[in-house]
Design a protein around this ligand. Sequence first.
Ligand code: ADE
Ligand code: ZN
Length: 326
Amino acid sequence: TDTTAPLGRLPFCELHVHIEGTLEPATIFELAAAKDIRLPYADEAELAALYDFSDLQSFLDLYYANMQVLQTEDDFEALGAAYLRRAGAAGVVHAEMFVDPQAHSVRGIPESVVLAGLHRAIAAVGAETGITASIIVCVLRDQPVDSAERMLDRVLESGFAIEGIGLDSAEVGYPPSLFRSVFERARAAGLHAVAHAGEEGPASYVWEALDVLGVERVDHGNRALDDAALVARLAADRIPLTLCPLSNVRLRVIPSIAEFPLRRMLDTGILVTINSDDPAYFGGYLDDNLRALRGAFDLGGDVLGLLARNSVEASFLAPARKHALL
Ligand code: ADE
Ligand code: ZN
């Protein structure tokens, strides 16, 4: 299989990308040099050697450490703009981008600075290329509930447009039900709701995300395949799963791309989408993920077309824009 051929003009929505996970090693060194920040690595090669992860936590430790170079509104604008230009080149016409405000407020950077920078990036690259994007603020599930409540307060007070609320960071030991009150308040404020569940955690966390948090999409959700009743529920209610193949390999959720359960997922009738998660850390952007799948499974244009249509359907775009893209 040719793994380098272009993917054609299929319009994709990217629904699972952490904007801080698009921070490339070269950018880390550029920002550190500009700000006189001393990094604990001598050069890009030494940093790159740390990208050999054993599990989710081993990745998260580096992901949070590298964020120290993101400090100003300009930094967040540059981060968002670089991602949106790269995503557009991959065939993405709309992105719903996760951001982790608590990872920045803990360093003294207010939610309003992060959101202002990202909104400037969306406006600038949108005007340049036509790509659209929105923001989903994620709750760090391994931080106290009170920290999440205050993050939501400040995000709502900031007045910046926000598409939704999500849930991420270390999963096992932090069930979705811990954050019932935060999600209730966010949904009452008109936000869409999504949550990471069933990446390293059990199928029961996916049930909780649906029944306690009221989520409309599940991020990852791989472990749902362990539970036939849950599979039936996801399929019947058209709850999308935002799958991330290269992430799953690099975080050892699956042993290799050949074991990515694409066929099993499609055969269940669940609405699945393909996404990049943290592309600067896991070996690539949306097009790289699709090429990896095509290399492993000999995907025909029919499956790629289905994945593109699923991504549009699973998005939070208005019905008229969905219709235009389908
Ligand atoms: N934060 C960034 N990427 C993540 C992932 N794959 N799972 C949980 N939290 C994350
Ligand atoms: Zn993720």
